[in-house]
Design a protein around this ligand. Structure first.
Ligand SMILES: Cc1cc2nc3c(=O)[nH]c(=O)nc-3n(C[C@H](O)[C@H](O)[C@H](O)COP(=O)(O)OP(=O)(O)OC[C@H]3O[C@@H](n4cnc5c(N)ncnc54)[C@H](O)[C@@H]3O)c2cc1C
Length: 405
């Protein structure tokens, strides 16, 4: 079987890419090792993602606006503090119709994308697929499954996540390191409204993020918690019962949410940094976590992957319309040039932020607090951080402006 594009990995990035290409009449075959129906169950991925405003515009252009409005919670402001110190940095979308982003549970994102991909013409979705190999020559990429099926296209896109076998087999190297901490993720219901403000409280072990969610089923306000803990203590923190965990969270947020109750199971995610030395090889492209992975400090990992999708769609659709070979080095180089530098800056910024706030002691804290106060007062610097939070830096592809190509 033949298509315009082969996509290996139908997670949040791969499925969005298939949908975006389908909307532009570019056909794809998506293969995923998982049973995708199980990936939308709450127990599979209890995380929520901050969908920045520019990627949200793309999801709307692809027909997911209703899901974002009904299941997403607008983020109208972001407040950054050094622990519970009074100085803070405040980003505000008040007076602007478009929020800075929306918090959406990953299971809702996955379910909406899966349904849209299944309903889209031009996408062949094959899950529970075991990839036996990807052969690439001067003309085609040929994907072989263990059951003997074969698929070909001018180019394959690896969207198979941070441990991408496709990337590894292509011999693309990584800059990578692990952080000495892990993210403990859960949800709390609370007595004080969150007012659509996302709070990022930085502690030497890492940040504690309070992210506004739609109300809990009993009507109380609800927030997602991403608490960066020392890796050695992560297992202990995961085993805390809901009451002890609620007490630990409450002790660190200085009454911001009033009384808190843990209302979701907690999960622990190891944290690391990786960046592929190349985004393209012969007849192969990397996108999403297959290409890059970062600390969730600023909620940018998936957003960076969606920005890859928007740029790659534009490059491939342009090439298809002008009759070019979709896998030619010139076409792939355009994508790489567009995305690699942009991602390098986001990756460097999140890594630096994480290290800066990890330095213990009073002198470091004073420097940080001075830095927060300075960014708060320097308008162009603040505007730059705002644009980053919205996912609007660099050259914007049409989809991130909410337009099709
Ligand atoms: C605690 C935490 C909080 C986060 N919060 C945010 C946030 O608020 N905002 C944000 O933007 N980002 C956030 N991120 C980052 C975000 O979750 C990831 O960047 C995103 O999930 C990457 O999506 P992906 O589709 O590239 O990869 P994945 O989600 O890993 O998907 C890969 C897909 O490929 C399939 N696959 C794997 N191997 C194979 C194979 N050999 N053959 C076929 N298929 C294969 C898998 O089954 C899967 O479906 C967070 C991350 C963490 C850890």
């Amino acid at each position: 079987m033949d298509a315009d594009i082969l996509i290996i990995g139908g997670g949040l990035v791969g499925s969005t890419l298939a949908l975006a290409l389908a909307r532009h009449e570019v056909t794809s075959i998506v293969v995923d090792a998982a049973d995708l129906d199980t990936t939308i169950l709450p127990a599979f991925d209890g995380r929520a993602s901050a969908v920045a405003s520019a990627p949200a515009r793309m999801l709307r252009a692809l027909g997911l606006g209703e899901m974002l409005d009904s299941l997403g919670c607008p983020i109208r402001a972001i407040r950054v503090t050094d622990g519970t110190a009074p100085q803070f940095l405040h980003f505000d979308a008040t007076g602007d119709d478009e929020p800075l982003g929306r918090m959406v549970e990953n299971r809702h994102l996955r379910a909406a994308l899966l349904e849209a991909v299944r309903g889209a013409g031009g996408v062949t979705l094959i899950d529970r697929a075991q990839v036996a190999g990807l052969d690439r020559d001067d003309h085609r990429a040929r994907l072989r499954l263990a059951d003997g099926r074969e698929f070909t296209a001018p180019v394959a896109v690896a969207c198979d996540g941070r441990r991408s076998k496709t990337r590894e087999q292509a011999g693309i190297r990584l800059a990578r390191w692990s952080y000495p901490n892990a993210a403990l993720v859960t949800m709390v219901a609370h007595s004080v409204p969150h007012d659509n403000v996302a709070c990022e409280l930085f502690y030497p072990t890492g940040p504690l993020a309070l992210l506004p969610m739609t109300d809990h089923e009993d009507g109380r306000p609800r927030s997602a918690i991403v608490w960066t803990v020392d890796a050695a203590q992560a297992e202990g923190a995961r085993k805390l019962g809901p009451i002890a965990l609620a007490a630990e969270i409450a002790a660190r947020i200085d009454g911001t949410l009033g009384q808190v109750e843990v209302v979701a199971p907690q999960a622990v995610w190891p944290l690391g940094f990786h960046h592929a030395t190349d985004y393209v090889a012969a007849r192969l492209v990397l996108a999403g976590d297959a290409a890059h992975g970062m600390h969730p400090i600023a909620g940018q990992g998936l957003n960076a992957g969606w920005r890859d999708v928007a740029a790659l769609t534009e490059v491939l659709v342009d090439a298809a319309r002008t009759g070019q070979d979709l896998g030619s080095p010139a076409v792939l180089a355009r994508y790489s040039a567009w995305r690699r530098m942009d991602n390098s800056m986001v990756l460097a910024a999140t890594d630096t932020l994480n290290r800066l706030f990890a330095i213990p002691g009073r002198p470091a804290a004073l420097v940080r607090r001075f830095g927060l106060a300075a960014v708060e007062r320097i308008a162009p610097l603040k505007a730059r951080f705002m644009a980053e939070a919205r996912g609007e830096t660099g050259k914007m592809p049409a989809l991130l402006r909410g337009e099709t190509v």
